[in-house]
Ligand binder design. Structure first.
Ligand SMILES: [Fe+2]
Length: 154
């Protein structure tokens, strides 16, 4: 009897391990690339964020005014003037050594920062997860967060 080569993976072992392998591989290759951030005045909002975080506002791209972040994500500021802007939450992981400068810029701009997302602790920063963090409102009412350590999720 001829010895027929067998596939490395039999159907039964593939079906048992495939879902986990596919899930891990897809998660590692899909990245958030950009998102639209609505603003009453795109220039004002983009420059506000860039000023606070120490970033640059890019060249206009159609209706969008981009602010590029360090992980390849672009915030595309675009205007919405005829209807109310739904407040969104944007959290930025920032270097510990730049955190104080950001707080200083908020103070210089007269923007109140808070230790908590509900804005009940003005003028304070939190010490969550061994880092520091603060919340503040952008010119269109979005709830911005700066943090030096990412959330530790279960
Ligand atoms: Fe958050």
């Amino acid at each position: 009897m001829q010895n027929t080569p067998q596939p490395a993976h039999t159907p039964s072992t593939e079906s048992a391990s495939e879902p986990e392998a596919k899930s891990a591989s897809v998660t590692s290759v899909i990245q958030l690339n950009h998102t639209a951030v609505y603003a009453a005045d795109r220039r004002r909002s983009a420059e506000f964020l860039a000023d606070v975080l120490g970033l640059e506002v890019g060249a206009p791209f159609g209706p969008f005014l981009p602010v590029d972040l360090g992980n390849g994500v672009t915030l595309d500021y675009c205007e919405k003037r005829d209807e109310p802007i739904q407040s969104q939450h944007y959290a930025f992981l920032v270097p510990e050594e730049r955190f104080d400068g950001m707080i200083d810029r908020l103070e210089a701009l007269g923007v109140t920062y808070y230790a908590d997302p509900h804005h009940t602790e003005p003028g304070r920063v939190n010490g969550w997860f061994g880092g520091r963090g603060a919340y503040f409102e952008d010119p269109s009412g979005h709830n911005m967060e700066i943090m030096t350590r990412p959330y530790v999720r279960p």
